[in-house]
Design a protein around this ligand. Structure first.
Ligand code: HSE
Length: 313
């Protein structure tokens, strides 16, 4: 069955999970982007309107991640018709919450729904990555969890490179997004081109411990491994306002650790229950308030289901 319109939502994501640079990520409950597509007789994707971006996202179909992902799906399914896109941004740009991945994924899922779901969910990964690559680089640690939900391990860009990991029952997160922007490109430029063998052994050990802890549902060990990154945070810390202060405050208030979410500046505190959620959220807000910097705090958990179709008609 084909439709005249379809609408899809894709969640925010936390990439890297500390040590798992470019390979680990999780989908977050609550916030995300929504894309509505309507069928057009002309081939290809055009952007009809963009809401919630304060006029910052390009309408040019070759530069907009939603239309790039939509065009990739249209090509994949060999559609003769095209789509008009209404992009509703729920996520701030350059915040470390997988904003471009959410737009790409919501667009790909909406186009697939419009044409009666010719592709399985995981078959949309390549199209989502094309969108993401336009602004963030060719890595799937945000698009995979936004598309599939849960916690994902992505070691390449093919379908067989994605593993869904179990979500520990007691895992809770508090995210704080200070009102500054850090582009992924800028946050990648500060990274070292090479690391020593000693650091490589340390980092791979921490990733291995993290994956093991996730499988065992051991959030304490998970947090310990997440926070054991000696490569990425060391290079990026200077771009994240009050990172060390925020970590100390979050841990004092009951969090197990705090890591940079994706390329930042959002920070992600990790908790083993919802008991301390409110005090961690308050402690993080206080850090930025004391420095007269606005911030948004979100108490959340892992969204197990990822992107979803909201309507077809
Ligand atoms: N893994 C990416 C990074 C996520 O940290 O640069 C941001 O897109």
């Amino acid at each position: 069955m084909v439709f005249a319109i379809a609408e899809a939502f894709a969640p925010a994501t936390v990439a890297n999970l500390g040590v798992g640079f470019d390979i680990l990520g999780l989908a977050v409950e609550g916030a995300g982007d929504t894309v509505l597509v309507e069928k057009r007789s002309e081939p290809g994707a055009v952007i009809l309107s963009i809401e919630g971006d304060e006029g910052r996202i390009p309408y040019d179909a070759d530069r907009n991640v939603a239309s790039i992902a939509a065009n990739a799906v249209l090509k994949q399914i060999q559609a003769e018709e095209g789509v008009g896109i209404i992009l509703k941004k729920g996520l701030p740009i350059g915040s470390g919450l997988g904003s471009s991945a959410a737009s790409s994924v919501a667009a790909a899922v909406a186009v697939n729904a419009l044409f009666g779901e010719p592709l399985k969910r995981h078959e949309l990964l390549g199209a989502c990555l094309e969108g993401e690559a336009a602004v963030s680089g060719y890595h799937a640690d945000n698009v995979a969890p936004a598309l599939l939900g849960g916690i994902t391990l992505t070691t390449g860009t093919g379908l067989s490179d994605i593993q869904r990991l179990p979500v520990p029952d007691t895992l809770r997160l508090v995210l704080v997004s200070p009102a500054v922007e850090v582009s992924t490109a800028a946050a990648r430029r500060v990274l070292p081109a090479d690391v020593s063998l000693k650091l490589m052994v340390h980092q791979t050990g921490a990733v291995a411990r993290l994956v093991d802890a996730i499988y065992r549902g051991d959030v304490v060990a998970m947090a310990r491994a997440m926070g054991d990154d000696h490569v990425i945070e060391a290079a990026r810390a200077k771009l994240m306002p009050y990172l060390h202060e925020a970590r100390e405050a979050a841990i004092q208030a009951g969090a197990l650790t705090l890591v940079i979410s994706g390329a930042g500046p959002t920070l992600c505190a990790v908790l083993n229950s919802s008991d301390a959620e409110t005090s961690v959220a308050q402690a993080l807000e206080d850090v930025y308030t004391q420095h007269k910097m606005a911030c948004v705090v979100r108490k959340t958990g892992v969204a197990v289901d990822g992107a979803r179709v909201l309507q077809t008609n």
